[in-house]
Write a protein that binds this ligand. Structure first.
Ligand SMILES: C[S@@+](CC[C@H](N)C(=O)[O-])C[C@H]1O[C@@H](n2cnc3c(N)ncnc32)[C@H](O)[C@@H]1O
Length: 467
């Protein structure tokens, strides 16, 4: 999902014109198997779309942008000279779609088990079922087609297998299970409360709606909002343009961070997302993503006689506190490693929380755990943040992490090797896109892992080289 500033973030998916009815539009077998033919004139789309949205919003939205086609689907282009700092668009809140659009009786019947993405996906389902009578038809009929979306939840088994060594694999399975769970609640509520609904929505439709919302809604004061027109803009990780939400004037706006000449594609920054999050939630990756990170999970072995005591201690002290912005969940045994930047071992190194976890892991008697707990109470309450005085224990703790990371490096190298070995030219375009995404993901994670392994190696060597 996307982030507005403050506090908006793009949630963690083009269309054919002259759609006769939405039931036609959502003939899924057809949609899933083919990308639509060439679009009707895109300038014409803009001529029709923006005045329609300005009518809904009751205000001018943009006068220097037009909708066009980019390598990455629909996008916005400068139609006039734009100077850095110019406000390029303002979308009034009333021209945005939020979960509040759900009829109250449906909203009430959806429990907290259905999150904001699921609720907004339900709004899309209802609007699709309403067809051309939907207030939002000109917008929803301009959203990307399923065949244009590459989120990992849509990957086939072979495609999915390419990324089996990454945490994205497990997170995709979790996300699918969550969508299925929310779908059963939404489908039940819709069939119960929408009298004209002749056919129960199906899971594929809901997954598509869910992925659309996840890849183009911003976090706002309303929970999340689809911001039509703004959500035609593509992402540039280096851009300093963000969607800003102005509660006082009740509108979302974007200012240019650079000069644009007529015809230039206008880009904004969705947020600091790793390729793992981008592929899971947005269905794309960046070739070199400075925000790449690797999620690793460490276990306290079942055969460890102090297992229960260690788990209790870790839980009490919560060795890890991370502000998660994506579906990737945190727990006390899951850690995110970023690229360790400095070749000299300066910089942040690997997370303190992971090093603390490893120190706890290598305790062998209850007294050592009690000592760690006392030490935490004496300091800032955080467990095992100080190096062990006994250097061989400190070495042992860091070797545990190093061997875990080395295993992940081996797994990633094996997956990459297998993928490169199967690199033939006769694959479909869709498969080629996914393979490139898998490459971007795995090479990025490998870079992060190698930097962490190098840091650990240096740390271990230093332990015994300093007096
Ligand atoms: C908010 S929408 C942007 C408009 C979108 N291109 C469309 O056709 O409606 C986000 C989606 O655009 C595509 N996209 C945006 N930035 C991209 C980029 N840098 N590389 C590849 N795809 C991108 C992805 O499919 C993403 O899920």
């Amino acid at each position: 999902m996307l982030l507005c500033q403050p506090p908006v973030k793009l949630f963690r998916f083009q269309q054919r014109r002259n759609v006769r009815s939405l039931s036609n539009r959502f003939s899924f077998t057809r949609l899933l198997s083919s990308v639509p033919q060439a679009q009707a004139s895109l300038d014409k789309e803009c001529i029709e779309f923006l005045p329609w949205l300005e009518q809904i919003g009751g205000a001018k939205i943009a006068d220097s942008l037009s909708i066009g086609k980019s390598t990455y689907g629909r996008s916005l282009f400068a139609s006039k000279v734009i100077h850095a700092g110019d406000c390029i668009l303002k979308v009034p809140f009333k021209a945005q779609i939020t979960p509040d659009e759900l009829p109250p009786y449906i909203r009430d019947s959806l429990t907290n088990e259905v999150g904001n993405i699921g609720k907004l996906a339900a709004v899309l389902l209802i609007e699709w079922k309403t067809g051309q009578n939907s207030k939002w038809f000109p917008y929803i009929s301009r959203l990307p087609w399923p065949a244009e979306m590459h989120n990992t939840i849509f990957w086939s088994e072979d495609e999915f297998n390419m990324i089996r060594c990454s945490a994205v694999h497990k997170e995709t399975i979790k996300q699918k299970a969550q969508i299925e769970n929310e779908f059963s609640l939404v489908a039940h509520a819709l069939t119960q409360h929408i009298p004209g609904l002749t056919k129960r929505p199906d899971l594929e439709e809901f997954m598509y709606a869910y992925a659309l919302v996840g890849s183009r809604a911003w976090e706002t004061s309303k929970g999340i909002s689809l911001i039509p027109f703004a959500d035609f803009i593509n992402h540039d990780g280096l851009s300093a343009s963000f969607v800003l939400c102005d509660e006082d004037s009740q509108l979302s706006r974007i200012s240019a961070d650079r000069n644009y000449s007529p015809g230039d594609e206008v880009l904004i920054n969705y947020g600091e997302f790793s390729n793992a999050t981008l592929m899971l939630d947005f269905g794309f990756t960046l070739p070199y993503n400075i925000h790449d990170e690797v999620q690793i999970q460490m276990d306290v072995p079942n055969e460890d006689p102090l297992r229960n005591m260690k788990l209790e201690l870790l839980q009490t002290h919560r060795t890890r506190r991370v502000k998660d912005i994506s579906i990737f969940h945190s727990s006390c045994d899951t850690f995110k490693i970023k690229e360790v930047k400095s070749a000299k071992g300066k910089g942040k190194g690997i997370p303190q929380s992971l090093r603390a976890f490893a120190r706890v892991l290598c305790c062998t008697i209850p007294q050592e755990l009690t000592d760690l707990s006392k030490e935490a109470a004496k300091n800032d309450g955080r467990l095992a943040r100080l190096p062990f005085e006994d250097r061989s224990r400190e070495l042992e703790a860091h070797k545990i992490i190093l061997s875990h990371i080395n295993r992940l490096i081996e797994d990633h190298s094996a997956c990459i090797k297998e993928m490169e070995a199967s690199n033939c030219h006769s694959v479909s375009q869709r498969f080629a896109v996914k393979r490139q995404m898998a490459r971007d993901l795995l090479f990025g994670e490998l870079r992060v892992l190698r930097s962490a392994a190098e840091w650990l190696d240096r740390y271990c060597t230093k332990l015994f080289s300093t007096p």
